[in-house]
Ligand binder design. Structure first.
Ligand SMILES: Cc1cc2nc3c(=O)[nH]c(=O)nc-3n(C[C@H](O)[C@H](O)[C@H](O)COP(=O)(O)OP(=O)(O)OC[C@H]3O[C@@H](n4cnc5c(N)ncnc54)[C@H](O)[C@@H]3O)c2cc1C
Length: 528
């Protein structure tokens, strides 16, 4: 027997960036919203991307001008509403005699990119000759180099936190947001959506919701969510797998990011300074397995290592240099023919008509364009509701950690007990919300820090458990405190953090052991 939770205007399935953005937008318009995520918020594809907030220079090749324009527009907005999470990044494109895209094409692309970035606040591109580029980046291979282009885009180091801040903002606006709550059924009567059922994984109980509009933001799981409707609904997804490796600094490592054409197949890939390491990727391979099972394969890892060594010959990177590797499935529309790279990255907001009126499925959608996608999806949903929806507010409304950011940043950076490294880390993760657990007048002693370097506060653990809906040790380390993306995957601090969490969440000894074992098994999935 399932217990009844309540009645809502909109139910959102999936707490990745798109679901979180939709829930926030809808709640801010005064609608009654419930969001259900089967694992933790931001644990799907959103965690496994290249973490760029970019126009997508490559999409120009496929004539996707409106998508590039939309993305560049959203890049500007995201830098305004989340300055603590989204920062600008300098990118170089080296051009070699053998490059498929020569100087002329790259120059045209750069001009178009600048023109499409109307109103941007970051510098325009510049073309560099060979000597200028090598002077800036001496580790770059000069063999056959004819010059390069330099431009700016943006990066979200911790995409997980961008998801979370959307979730927190949605909750603040009245949304009922739940992680560990997989949707297990959608009720349809006479072709119309009436409600849904989900499992509350923490209590193990089945729950029921009455709702007439459901937005399926299941990312690469969209078709699997549709299968729970138990009707013959169309299949949409044709995902492609993309993998990344993460390495430490290497001999000849660049200062800026690089966007490079792979020698073996001409595909462009990135080498990105990220989180004091280098994020290298990606690949693009059709994938139709369970998106939750996807792993970076030995071939992909070998490809990324070889191609990086081609561009930075002193690097001589090998598998032993890899800190961890990750893979994700792009939630793209099904296209059986043509190269993977040519599949459109535009999103589609599909309104199911005959068999499940009231159901809307989101196909595709980049991290960069989530806010606009959410605005469009809620506009569509609002039209079929009896409830009156207010205007979209997310174009300018700051995310929670961006409120009073400049003032709180100055306060935290001048706190007598916190080093600049510690203050910077806290600001990059929590923004101004860091002052909720590290307020101005507080005193921090050595025992208040988790690490010897005094950059991680013990108070963060209880904060993320009680204020940020972390449930497991994996959530705490990987998606709240962002220690899981350190070179050692946060292993050196895991024991201490687990003990603090056990005290804060009342875990028994057996539960503490279980949490640690689960974390270890999780970390191992990412070892190359
Ligand atoms: C390799 C790679 C590189 C990328 N690089 C970039 C980039 O640099 N910039 C950019 O803008 N975009 C990039 N993208 C694209 C971007 O990451 C995705 O399009 C975006 O994150 C999709 O978000 P989403 O919310 O739709 O999906 P997801 O993040 O996958 O979220 C869907 C959620 O639905 C949940 N779910 C599934 N089934 C159920 C159910 N039954 N009940 C409840 N919840 C359920 C899942 O657990 C998941 O958390 C990249 C993607 C990949 C794979």
């Amino acid at each position: 027997m399932s217990s009844f939770v309540g009645e809502y205007d909109i139910a959102v399935i999936g707490g990745g960036i798109n679901g979180a953005g939709i829930a926030r937008d809808a709640a801010l318009r005064g609608l009654r919203v419930i969001l259900l995520e089967k694992n933790d918020f931001g644990s799907g594809t959103t965690s496994w991307s290249s973490r760029l907030i970019h126009g997508g220079l490559r999409y120009l090749e496929y004539g996707e001008i409106p998508l590039v324009f939309e993305s560049l527009h959203e890049r500007r907005r995201l830098r305004q509403v989340a300055p603590h999470l989204v920062d600008r990044i300098r990118i170089n494109i080296p051009i070699y005699r053998s490059s498929r895209r020569g100087k002329f094409i790259i120059t045209l692309g750069m001009i178009a990119y600048d023109l499409l970035s109307i109103g941007k606040k970051i510098p325009r591109h510049r073309m560099l000759d060979c000597d200028e580029l090598i002077a800036e980046e001496p580790g770059l291979s000069s063999d056959g180099l004819v010059g390069g282009a330099q431009y700016y885009d943006a990066q979200v180091t911790f995409a997980e936190r961008l998801v979370l801040e959307n979730i927190l903002s949605a909750r603040e606006a009245g949304a009922d947001v739940r992680n560990y709550s997989p949707v297990i059924g959608i009720s349809v009567r006479e072709g119309v959506v009436r409600g849904l059922q989900f499992e509350d994984r923490v209590s193990g109980r089945e729950r029921e919701v009455k709702v007439a509009t459901i937005i399926n933001a299941g990312g690469p799981w969209v078709d699997r969510v549709l299968a729970t409707v138990n009707r013959e609904l169309p299949e949409f997804m044709g995902g492609t797998k993309g993998s990344h490796i993460v390495v430490g600094s290497f001999s000849g490592a660049p200062k800026a990011a690089f966007y490079v054409e792979a020698r073996s197949d001409g595909r462009p890939f990135f080498v990105i300074p990220w989180n004091h390491q280098y994020l290298i990727g990606t690949t693009d391979i059709r994938y139709d397995g369970d998106p939750g099972d996807v792993r970076a394969s030995a071939e992909e890892i070998d490809y990324l290592l070889k191609e990086t060594n081609n561009v930075f010959p002193q690097a001589r990177l090998s598998v032993t240099d890899i800190h961890f590797a990750y893979a994700g499935v792009r939630p793209l529309p099904k296209r059986d023919k043509g190269p993977e790279s040519a599949i459109t990255r535009k999103h589609i907001i599909y309104r199911h008509k005959h068999r499940a009126r009231g159901l809307i499925s989101i196909i595709g959608g980049k991290l960069t364009t989530y806010r606009n996608l959410a605005e469009q999806a809620v506009d569509i949903a609002a039209k079929r509701l009896d409830a009156k929806a207010g205007k979209c507010q997310t174009r300018t409304l700051l995310l929670p950690g961006a409120q009073d950011f400049a003032a709180e940043k100055a306060a935290l950076k001048s706190h007598p007990d916190l080093s600049i490294e510690c203050a910077t880390r806290l600001l990059e993760i929590y923004g101004s919300r860091a002052t909720l657990f590290a307020p101005g007048g507080s005193v921090f002693r050595t025992e208040d820090f988790v690490d010897n370097e005094k950059t991680v506060l013990a108070a963060e653990v209880a904060f993320v458990l009680h204020q940020e809906m972390a449930v497991s040790l994996i959530d705490i380390i990987h998606r709240r405190m962002m220690l899981g993306f350190r070179p050692d995957q946060g292993r050196s601090l895991a024991g201490r953090i687990a003990e603090i969490a056990a005290a804060a969440a009342n875990w028994s000894d057996a539960e503490l052991k279980r949490q640690l074992a689960e974390l270890q098994a999780y970390n191992e999935k990412f070892l190359a």
